[in-house]
Design a protein around this ligand. Structure first.
Ligand code: 7RM
Length: 641
């Protein structure tokens, strides 16, 4: 990697090291000597009703952690914190879409609310092991509903609020939820998403749903189906604030979270209880350096895994104060984030490169209006961060004094896998650096050989099980095996490409499969293609992610129209609408290109590399000789003019 070794190294600042949760680099060697013992020690930081008989049972690709152990995840995040004297400290601080508006819950209050809602769910007939669907804005009722599920041992399935009625319907039907928790509307950035209206549309075709619980967020008039729909506040008023936490097995399902894969059908990623909580609690403490005295802010939506692990379960199981913000970074003014940090005295900020790049564009003026000296540590997640954005974040948000943890992980991994330990690891802008203690990462080539030492490229793998790993894909163990455990045998194939430098540091370059990453949101090319061909004017479509300086990648859709149809601005609008309706607004293409043909190999496989090259305006598209009809390339170039 000689040509890019100009990258500067940043040692952990002394002041930070002095107070860091871990500062002794021997943790790496110790974990390496006995990784099961290492994770066992981490599991001991939790509250267990009954201890495990065995740390790990590994029957590839099936893992069980803390076998025979009994615990309750909500008990760990609530009651156990109260028992340790945190009853009167803030657990959740909610900032609404409108500046300064919001509320806050102490650990005791949150325990009572969660217990009440757990009783509400029980009252609606939800039993241990029965999935509950949740489709809510970023309001306290979202973590409350999740923790209530955890309290009674019912897996939750949270559906991101920007998903369409169709997406919600498919996710409900896959897990056959009996209850849906939703709200009238979701305010965000001064606009409102009609959640209940979407839910009504979805529920026209979800035979499993018996009841909904609807939070009154804006008070807007919504349709109400007697006998099915219930108001959250009315049920809560009647509910008892005592609800014993169910003893669940370490391997009982905590949640299902749907995530895009290489096909049009999202994968129901399954996380269980004991191992998952062990992993997220340990990484929240060691990587994000969260202490119970901290105000910690993870800006991710709870509809994605980052919100599950590092807004809800990680910080609460560490007794911290977790901030949950409903709105966008720039509403009503461009300085909203900095205003929030100053007003709430945020100590740790965990956000995404997309957000950082957007602020970078706006310059430092907005930052300078605010006192950000409460910040001690910065984190990033979701996509590769370019060194320039890293430097900007370090200098302008962190005032040059805060370490940055660039954390690589996935919905599948449950928790952070590759990241600096901020009191130990010297960081290099753009690099996720080293595997977390106990984690064994590696690089493989396309032929299935492991690559040793520094390398410019390779497919990222994880070589042994870890406690937060997905256990299966819901009701689809064959796809689980095939997607992650067949390419290289008994090592986990992550679907990401990476480089490794002479210090063993990893730099993640992005997906090697057909999954796009738009502002840190995972969307598969196949999902968007299938939405587009759902429009009667579209004969065929090929979708790619091209590089974009704001959103990391942007969606470009190549569309072949049905015989007599002609491309127009109106049709572009309609197709955008089509994608919004079938998947959600976040999946709309940035560019739609009408073309008479697509570049295909003789066997009919679309060559996305060529489409990407055209979309990125590259002159040299590499080898095009394997194309069935090489003249397509000129047509494509012309179509883009
Ligand atoms: C946590 C999350 C996972 C995909 C993953 C990568 C990309 C995530 C980083 C990153 C470079 C990072 N879960 N990714 N973190 N790429 N550096 N620090 O994002 O399931 O939604 O996405 O995101 O491609 O495979 S996710």
């Amino acid at each position: 990697m000689a040509e890019e070794t100009e990258i500067r190294t940043y040692d952990p600042p002394e002041e930070f090291v002095r107070q860091a949760n871990v500062k002794d680099a021997s943790v790496y060697d110790e974990a390496e000597k006995d990784y099961e013992g290492f994770w066992e020690e981490r599991a001991r930081q939790l509250h267990w009703f009954k201890e495990w008989d065995q740390v790990l049972k590994w029957d590839p690709p099936e893992a069980q952690w803390f076998v025979g152990g009994k615990l309750n995840v909500a008990y760990n995040c609530l009651d156990y914190q109260v028992e340790q004297g945190r009853g009167d400290k803030a657990a959740l601080v909610w900032e609404s879409d409108e500046p300064g508006e919001g509320k806050s819950y102490t650990y005791s209050e949150l325990t009572a609310e969660v217990s009440k809602f757990a009783n509400v769910l029980k009252g609606l007939g939800v039993k241990k092991g029965e999935p509950v669907a949740i489709y809510l804005p970023m309001i306290p009722e979202l973590p409350i509903a999740m923790l209530a599920c955890a309290r009674i041992g019912a897996p939750h399935s949270v559906v991101f609020g920007a998903f369409s009625a169709d997406s919600l319907r498919d996710r409900i039907n896959d897990c056959e939820a009996k209850v849906l928790v939703t709200a009238d509307e979701a305010p965000r950035g001064g606009r409102k998403t009609p959640l209940k209206k979407n839910a009504d549309e979805a529920l026209a075709d979800t035979p499993s749903i018996e009841n909904t619980v609807v939070v009154r967020r804006t008070g807007e008039d919504v349709d109400f189906t007697e006998g099915r729909d219930n108001w959250y506040d009315e049920l809560m008023q009647e509910a008892d604030a005592e609800c014993p936490a169910e003893e669940v097995d370490s391997e009982d399902i905590l949640y299902i979270l749907y995530s895009s894969g290489s096909t049009g059908k999202p994968k129901g990623i399954v996380h269980t209880s004991g191992g998952y909580l062990t992993h997220v609690k340990a990484t929240t403490s060691w990587v994000l350096d969260v202490k119970d005295s901290d105000v910690y802010w993870c800006t991710a939506d709870v509809g994605w895994v980052t919100g599950h692990s590092y807004l809800v379960y990680g910080p609460l199981s560490n007794g911290a104060t977790s901030l949950i913000y409903e709105g966008t970074p720039s509403y009503p003014e461009a300085d909203r984030f900095w205003d929030i940090i100053e007003r709430h005295g945020v100590n740790i900020l965990y956000t995404a490169p997309t957000v950082i790049r957007a602020f970078m564009k706006g310059g430092t003026e907005d930052l300078e209006k605010h006192d950000l000296t409460s910040l001690r540590l910065l984190g990033t997640v979701g996509e590769p961060i370019n060194p320039r954005a890293w430097e900007w974040y370090h200098e302008n948000v962190g005032g040059g004094r805060c370490p940055i943890v660039d954390t690589w992980w996935q919905t599948e991994t449950g928790g952070i896998m590759i990241s600096p330990l901020p009191g130990i690891t010297a960081t290099k802008p753009g690099m996720a650096t080293l595997p977390f203690p106990g984690i064994s990462a590696g690089l493989f080539d396309e032929e299935g050989n492991e690559i040793e030492g520094p390398s410019d490229s390779g497919n990222l793998v994880v070589k042994r099980p870890w406690p937060g790993m997905l256990r299966t894909l819901y009701k689809d163990p064959a796809r689980y095996k095939e997607t992650y455990w067949e390419k290289y045998g008994d090592v986990y194939f992550a679907g990401d490409g990476a480089r490794r430098d002479e210090d063993g540091y990893y730099l993640i370059t992005g997906r090697v499969d057909d999954v796009m990453n738009i502002s840190g949101h995972r969307i598969s090319t196949a999902e968007v293609e299938s939405a587009l061909v759902g429009h009667q004017a579209v004969a065929e479509s090929a979708v790619i992610g091209r590089q974009d300086e704001d959103t990391g990648q942007a969606i470009v859709a190549y569309v072949i129209l049905e015989g007599d149809r002609e491309g127009s601005d109106e049709l572009i609008q309609e197709l955008n609408q089509q994608v919004r309706r079938t998947i959600g607004a976040h999946a709309r293409p940035k560019e739609i290109i009408f073309t008479p043909d697509l570049p295909k190999t003789r066997s009919g496989k679309i060559m996305r590399r060529i489409l990407r090259g055209v979309a990125e305006g590259e002159q040299d598209l590499g080898d095009t000789s394997t194309l069935a009809d090489p003249s397509v390339v000129d047509d494509l170039k012309a179509a883009r003019q």
